[in-house]
Structure formats: C-alpha cells, structure tokens
Design a protein around this ligand. Sequence first.
Ligand code: FAD
Length: 532
Amino acid sequence: MYQTDFLVIGSGIAGLFSALRLAAHGDVILVTKSDLEDSNSYFAQGGMAAALKEPDTPELHEEDTLRAGAGLCDRSAVKVLVEEGPQRVMELIGLGVEFDRVDGHIALTREGAHSQGRILHALGDSTGKAISDRLAQLTREHSNIHIKEDHFVAELLVQEGRCVGVLVVNPQQELEIYLARAVVLSSGGAGQVYAETSNPEAATGDGMALAYRAGAKLKDMEFIQFHPTVLVGSGTSQRFLISEAVRGEGAILRNVHGEPFMQKRHPLKDLAPRDVVARAIWREMEETKTPFVYLDATSLGSEHLKNRFPTIWARCQEQGLSMDRDYIPVAPAAHYFMGGVQTDLEGATSIPGLFACGEVACTGVHGANRLASNSLLETVVFGQRAALAAVEFARRHPILPDPSRFRDYVSALPRKDTWDNQEIHRLRGQTQKVMWDLVGLVRCNDSLTRAQRVLEELTLEVEELTAGVWSKEALELKNILLIGRLITKAALTRQESRGAHFRTDVPEPNEAWRKHIILQRDQLEPEFSAVD
Ligand SMILES: Cc1cc2nc3c(=O)[nH]c(=O)nc-3n(C[C@H](O)[C@H](O)[C@H](O)COP(=O)(O)OP(=O)(O)OC[C@H]3O[C@@H](n4cnc5c(N)ncnc54)[C@H](O)[C@@H]3O)c2cc1C
C-alpha cells in the first residue's frame, strides 16, 4: 500500500512534464508499465508546432488547426493550445531541451496543412527522444518524484464517485494499491489496436479502457489518424515511420509505376491533410493492386537527407535503400488517437480527482483530424494545465480514504496461477487484424457491423481465457479489445464521413453530424454533445 499526494500514470512527455510540475507542490509517484524511455513520445520524429516568430502568429496556427479538424475542434481548446504553446516551448528550452538551430536561431520547418514553417525539431528527426531524455533525466533527479518502472496500472480506484488511486501489478505479478489525492492519467494512445501501426507495443489504449471501466466519459473514439507513410517491410509490430517532414521538405509520392498522383487528389498535393493523403495512397494501392506506393526524396540530395533525417536515413540503409537514389516503399498505418478520455480545459475528466493529458485525453484540440506536430505541443500545454488543476483539487480534498476497504477488495479478487500466453498472443493478433480489415482507413456499415459481431465473439473467448489472470499481456489484450469495440461503436454511430473517419456508404460530411459522440459505461446508447 502506497500513499502520496499525486499519482501520474505514464512516462511519455505528458506524464514527465506534469510530474515535474506537480513535484513543486508535493510528493509524486510516477507509475509506468515500461521504462521511462519507452513511449510514443520517444519515437516522435518530426517535431513540435508553435507560432514562435513573425510572420507566423497564434491566430494563423489556430486557423490551420481548425481547418484540419474538419469542424469538430473545440475553439476554446485550440486557442489555449496555440496561445500557451510558445510559452511552454520556451520553458522546455529553459529546462535544457535543445531544439535544432540554424545560425543560432531555432530552425523551423513545414509539415502538411501548416500554412507557415512553425515546426521545431531536435536531433534532426529524433525530436521526441531529445525532449523525453531531458525530461526523464530531470524526473530521475527530482527528490519529490518516485518512479515505478515496469508497474502496470490495472484499475482506477473510485470511492464515492472520486478517483482516489490505482491498482497496480508489480514486476513480481503482485497486486499493489496506490492511493493519492489526485491522479493524472497520461498513458498515451492506442495504435496497437490495429495490425498496422507506427506505435510501439505499449500503445494499447490502457488509459482509455481504465477510465471507461471506472465510469468516465470517452469522446470522439471513431477518429483515428492513419499516417500516410510508414516504411513497408520494416518488420516488427511497430512499423517504422517516415516523417511527414520529408514531404514537407520536398519529397513526393509516386505510385508503383513511378507516376506522381497527389496533384489529382488535392490542391495542396503532397502536403494535403494526412487523412486526404492516406486515402489517396489507399486508392492508388487499390487501383495498382500493390501493397505500397513510393516516396521519392531523391531531389533533396544526400547531404541534406543525411543531416536533416539521420534516423530515417540509417533505417532505410538497413533495408538496403539509399534515400538519395531509391524510392522508398510506404503505406498508411494507424498512428494517432484524436479521441479519448473527455476533459475540460483544465484536464479534468468526468470523474472528480481524475485528470487526463496527452494522447489519452480528448481535449478537443484535434477535432476530426490532428494537425501534424500539434500533439507534442498538446502534451506540454495540457500537461501543465492538468497538473495545476490536480494541485488545486488536492488542496480542496486533502483527506485520503481508509485503505482497509481497498485491501479487502484486492484480497477478494480472483487469481489464476497459470495461463496460455500463446493463446493471448494469438487473440491479440486476431483483434488487431479485424480492426485493420473492417474498422480501418475506409469503413462502411457492412464492415463495421461484421466487426462488431466478431469482436463480441472474441470478447467472450478472451473473458474466459483471462479471468483471474493479472499478467500484462492479458490485461493489454482486454484493453485492446474494449477500445476496438468502442471505436467500432462510435464509427457505426457516425453516419457521415469527416476528417479521419471515412465511410464509403456515407462519403460526405453532413452538418447534422457536426457533434461529438460520447460513450460511457452502462449507457447503452451514445450521448451527443455540441461542438464549442
Ligand atoms: C512514430 C511516431 C512519430 C510521431 N511523431 C510526432 C511528431 O513529430 N510530432 C508530434 O506532435 N507528435 C508525434 N507523434 C505523436 C506523439 O508522439 C504522441 O501523441 C505523444 O508523444 C503522446 O505523449 P503521451 O505522453 O500522451 O503518451 P506516450 O508518450 O505514449 O506515453 C504513454 C506512457 O504511458 C505508459 N502506460 C500506458 N499504459 C500504462 C499502464 N496500464 N500502466 C502504466 N503505464 C502505462 C506507457 O508505458 C508510456 O510510458 C508521433 C507518434 C509516433 C508513434
């Protein structure tokens, strides 16, 4: 049994940043199922968007964000993001994060659907690593922060409607109780719900599943961003991403016959919004009956490519491809979760005492489609807000509940000592494939209805197989399956195509559907909420 002032779940940039902010106000326990260096944040390549200097302004950044969000962004959240973003970036620099510079000035690049060059990057194409490493170092050095690596949060503990802590599986597979005055959920996204994803193994949607089971509202679950360009043939369950910044700096897409195709799809050509580019690639793949298209970066020159994109250059070399001479085979993959746990502007969820920030949260900034590089910015802007709101909540609710009740609860939980890991692995793969084939980049009523049926059957099988099993693999499988079902339910509900949600049976946006879909445990029917 552990007791603390603040509990942070997850060690991505949102978790690390909010832990550092919270640590100024009390004791923090940071629980992460991996080590501090394993997160989506760590893999972020392209950068962080912020309107730092003229002629760019927060207003222009706001316009671009709203346009990409396809009518579903919450304006007040976008205003917070673009107006507070530059200040948070300057604070990161103050904390020792070194963004790349040219002649002493911060280097800014462009990405798809940005009207200005406003993307900061670090270590070339390893921006996430640069920021995460520095924040992780500061976190490790901070005397108020106690880090629990390889600890899996299995449940949120709710008493009288307030979140008071979490149930954790430690590396010895024992169940531990952590109680806190306020809990910050920063457990990242859910790319692993899909068979093809740019996300690492850990992105299994745990936080959204935990929050849903505890009774929190989830919002906009149908909006998954599929990144247009992951490297085809890159092996592992995490596909290697070829950053949009490569197109931002002049690379173009070609079909397998070597023909450029984006000019026939969108006026912004290769820098059209991600959903447009991803679907254009999907169509070319269908028409040419090939599992990839090509990215042609040969015009950028070897020196520029090597210096600006050292990680991507090296990874291509490993696969026998030289970016300055060869076309790179690429295809879309699940990448970013626009929906998630519904929060207000202060990161408060619908459960008092539970705050959420980063990719797990749906703050309303991304709407139906995230503008590239806005998510890293969101982790720090809303990471800070969630931390400050948690401090205020803890000040008003200083008393922790009586731990004995939770001890009794945990000792009564069923426990199995042996289980079939191979079967768990197989069912994970099967779920991911159903989601990719039937609830992917292009959906329709028929595919979604079929998915719903298969996922229900899988749920029965998984529940039987994993009852009483507290292994990470079993808990992740249950979370993947739950989130898959919620995505499917929301996608079936939304009778239109908008942003990243594209249905062939209703291929156009419909003004009547310009509203959010909210899902909550024990509510059979979805709830709708107006766009701010
Ligand atoms: C390949 C790639 C490239 C990207 N490039 C960019 C980019 O250039 N610009 C940009 O803005 N965005 C980019 N993104 C998106 C961006 O990286 C993420 O949205 C952002 O980093 C999310 O940060 P986070 O802190 O919310 O979550 P994460 O960084 O994913 O961290 C989540 C943490 O929670 C932990 N966790 C999860 N479940 C549990 C549990 N049950 N118990 C305990 N701990 C748990 C995980 O182990 C992890 O430490 C990219 C994403 C990927 C995958």
